[in-house]
Design a protein around this ligand. Sequence first.
Ligand code: PMP
Length: 375
Amino acid sequence: MIYMDNAASTRPYDEAVDAFTEVSRSYYFNTASIHSEGRKAEKLLGASRRQILDLMDLGDYECVFTSGATESNNIAIQGVLETKKQFGRTVLLSEMEHPSVINVAEKMKHKGFNVEYIKTTESGIVDLDSLKYLLGNDVIFVTVMAVNNVTGSVQPVSEIVEILKSYPKVYFHVDATQAVGKVRMDYSGVDSLSLSAHKFHGVKGAGALIVKEVKSMSPITFGGGHEFNVRSGTVNLAAIAAMAKALRMSMESLEENRLRISRYNKSIREAVSKLPSVQVQPGGVPQIINVSYIGARGEIVVNALSQREIMVSTTSACASKLSSLNETLMAMNNSPDVVKGSIRISMGHFTNDQEADKLVSALNSVYKEIGGVLK
Ligand code: PMP
């Protein structure tokens, strides 16, 4: 089986799985217990927190552990709007955000907030002129992802931090789920960012919300207040320790992976650019490529590749409340035929040369197989 759906989830590093089982076996105590074993577990939790902040170059931020980026995005949006609502009511977000951002923001409309969308350029980058245009007195919250999950485009996070310096009451949240482990970005100056361990070869069920000032947010669920009174519930120490390990390993191999996977990216782009009814989207990080078989349905292409033992995904599966067709591709001004025929190929640490070659020949043979429906 050739796995090319790493943007959906990655195979964990063996070392991360080992950390998970070892901590589950030996540190099963509750980190909130005050006996000596509980304190040992708490110490491991603290060490994982420190390591994650240092690896992210955000040593003076705080790390709130969550179950993953969906929860982190929910806390950031709902928790901050609750504390800032006396200063304004408008939220700005890019059209390309993940449903765990868009659907939460849309829900906040029922609580009296206004939601406005920052435009997207045709290359899939948030349009900074549109952001500047929308920034007004009532804006209290801006959220833009670091790397887009559909095309891999890298968003201008530092430029947005610069622009927002003139708007001190605006809080800036970044969904960094697809960036972490793929590209080094400067997050200094953002107010918070989300990440999910299973996107960088950790195990599922752990994530973080990294926050500049933890007092800036209210909890959205209530309980023992374990994580800085922002997130309650016994922490998943084993998955967190595995996440810290996976993050360190991802950072250590980031540059080597970037160079190697860039080669695969180039050969895939070259191969499909020779096929007349295929369109490739502008990209960003080398790991993610979005390809459309114009006239076909993405599901047909995914199934044809699956029959060849290659796992990729469609991009229409991630629909949010805004659109039944993928928002990112629509926002980039693609025609419905291009959006409907799109597939997402996403590579990771374990992708190798042979797999990339097999994918290239499979993309060609699928093209021949479904040729009749292509436009
Ligand atoms: N944001 C982005 C950009 C994503 O790609 C994903 C995962 N598809 C999420 C948030 C949500 O992550 P999780 O499912 O791990 O909560």
